[in-house]
Design a protein around this ligand. Structure first.
Ligand code: ADP
Length: 341
């Protein structure tokens, strides 16, 4: 049966081991998880290429696949050669019957992410929080210590910076809360009738306060309807898309367009930047993904959160891009929420 699992879409990594403890099949997720090519995995000993250890350091394969068949769902450490060990949840889901031998086992493996990812989110966001807070502390100290010696323009400038940095901190904390709510399915939407044309104009005007070079056209049909959605969440999505366009593409010549069709609306934010290479395009919605180097700071969480917020509304967020010409991010929302949400 070797190779049969290759293109089967399963939510977990799956490894089929025969009665002699030899790997006879793996799916694509197992190839990713185990960090070796399919051709190296198949035909190798499971104890070597699927090195599962209990928390006390005992190999799951000590007594061969028969013993492994007793695996109930629990956490093991997987320690692939040349990589750091990481926790996986493993369970034997069936006995395999390769070559008439009933003693093999089919094991399913899932990387245990939550704890590690939560730490990464905290580390990334804390890092991003530090710089605005350092600036707030610096400017307020200056204002307090030298109030009488500072000119009005200097005071205004410092207060504007503090104001702006406080907004940034608030946004980061909102993002942090959204992440945990999206992950646990506890995000509550406060829907109301929202004029997205007005919302888009106000988002662009706010971003322009920080990037005065920003120019943008708006194209919405006259019959563009109000949409039942959570205005704060959709404002967050639009802000992320407009800010990204300004930061990573160009502040000049943005276009926000709206369309209506079949019970839903589509809003797009187009830019004339360098575009996003085809290999990066599917990854920009992943957590922590940031293409390229030497760019303005960021967490790589914005698009991941935006997609989650749009999907919580029963909608979709997609991107298309042509290198050298620019990118368009487009979200679709039902005009009225689906009955269940
Ligand atoms: P962050 O802005 O914090 O990096 P995002 O999730 O908002 O996180 O964006 C992820 C990455 O996608 C960015 O780091 C950037 O490389 C890329 N990106 C997003 N929008 C654009 C755009 N309009 N043009 C080019 N690259 C973009």
């Amino acid at each position: 049966m070797s190779g049969e699992l290759q293109h089967v879409l399963l939510p977990d990594a799956v490894v089929v081991v025969d009665g002699l403890g030899v790997v006879v099949d793996v799916n694509d997720l197992a190839v990713d998880l185990l960090g070796r090519g399919r051709e190296l995995l198949i035909g190798s000993e499971a104890a070597v290429v699927v090195p599962l250890q209990s928390t006390t350091g005992r190999s799951a394969w000590t007594r061969g696949p028969v013993d492994a068949a007793q695996l109930h769902l629990r956490t093991f450490l997987l320690h692939p050669p040349g990589h750091e060990a990481f926790p996986v949840q493993a369970a034997a889901i069936a006995r395999s019957t390769n070559n008439g031998n009933a003693d093999g086992v089919i094991v399913s493996l899932r990387r245990e992410r939550q704890a590690a990812d939560a730490m990464e989110v905290v580390a990334t966001v804390s890092h991003e929080l530090r710089s605005p807070l350092t600036a707030v502390k610096g400017y307020t100290s200056l204002l307090l210590n030298r109030w009488g010696r500072l000119g009005d323009d200097q005071k205004r400038f410092m207060l504007e910076q503090v104001h702006h940095d406080a907004d940034r901190v608030t946004r980061l904390v909102t993002e942090l809360l959204d992440i945990s709510r999206l992950e646990t399915g506890r995000l509550t939407l406060h829907r109301q009738r929202v004029d997205l044309v007005e919302l888009a104009r106000s988002v662009v005007a706010k971003v322009r306060l920080e990037y005065p070079d920003l120019t943008c056209t708006f194209e919405f049909p006259d019959d563009f309807p109000p949409v039942l959605c959570d205005p704060d969440k959709i404002e967050q999505v639009l802000t992320n898309l407009v800010e990204n366009a300004v930061k990573y593409a160009s502040p000049v010549g943005l276009a926000v367009r709206g369309k209506v069709a079949d019970g839903h609306v589509t809003v797009s934010v187009g830019d004339h930047g360098e575009g996003i290479p085809a290999e990066d395009l599917p990854r920009i919605f992943e957590r922590f993904f940031r293409a390229g180097h030497n760019k303005p700071s960021g967490t790589g969480l914005g698009l991941w959160i935006s997609r989650g917020l749009v999907e919580a509304h029963g909608g979709r967020l997609t991107a298309e891009s042509t290198v050298g010409r620019g990118s368009t991010f487009r979200f679709e929302l039902p005009i009225r929420p689906p009955a269940s949400s």
